[in-house]
Design a protein. Structure first.
Length: 173
């Protein structure tokens, strides 16, 4: 499935404060997921296998490391957990890095909210304006993202330009 996506990620010290603020909108709570994202060595973009209780997917995405909200080109393959998939990918590409996180997932309309505690990195919120059926333009997704950036009263200095994988790799060096 090809997905149009516009997103931002912010490092926060008090994740509960932002979650309480979101709850005022009465979003749809999906649950708490313990996710292991295994990133593989690829020539272009990023390829990760997400293994969780709620979300299991092979995700290929391309996104520039820019501060603030940014677009992503995403191809998502949702699947039932099967260790053979990880074995094949590991054998063919090699593991680049593993990201271990606990993620609370909420939806409000087409907006997905993540409240993440990432092992070795800390607390983050991530907001994704998602279009899976060509309903929104990239400009509309961008506007939605900015709306929630302002709703949470975040500043540019809170935003993270890199993926969790890059941040974990940076910590390892």
């Amino acid at each position: 499935m090809n997905i149009k996506n516009y997103e931002f990620k912010a490092k926060v010290s008090d994740i509960k404060k932002y979650e309480r603020k979101l709850l005022s909108l009465q979003p749809n709570y999906q649950g708490l997921d313990h996710q292991i994202d295994t990133y593989f060595n690829v020539k272009y973009g990023r390829l990760k296998l997400r293994e969780g209780r709620i979300e299991n997917a092979l995700i290929n995405y391309d996104r520039e490391n820019l501060s603030g909200a940014k677009p992503s080109d995403v191809i998502l393959y949702q699947h039932q957990p099967d260790p053979a998939l990880k074995q094949i990918l590991t054998k063919q590409f090699g593991v680049k890095v593993i990201v271990d996180k606990k993620r609370k997932i909420y939806f409000y309309k087409n907006i997905k909210f993540h409240f993440d505690i990432v092992k070795k990195l800390g607390a983050f919120i991530e907001v994704e304006a998602i279009d899976t059926n060509q309903k929104f333009s990239i400009q509309e997704l961008k506007q939605q993202c900015h709306k929630y950036f302002n709703f949470f009263e975040l500043s540019q200095s809170d935003t993270i330009e890199m993926s969790y994988s890059d941040l974990v790799l940076e910590k390892m060096t």
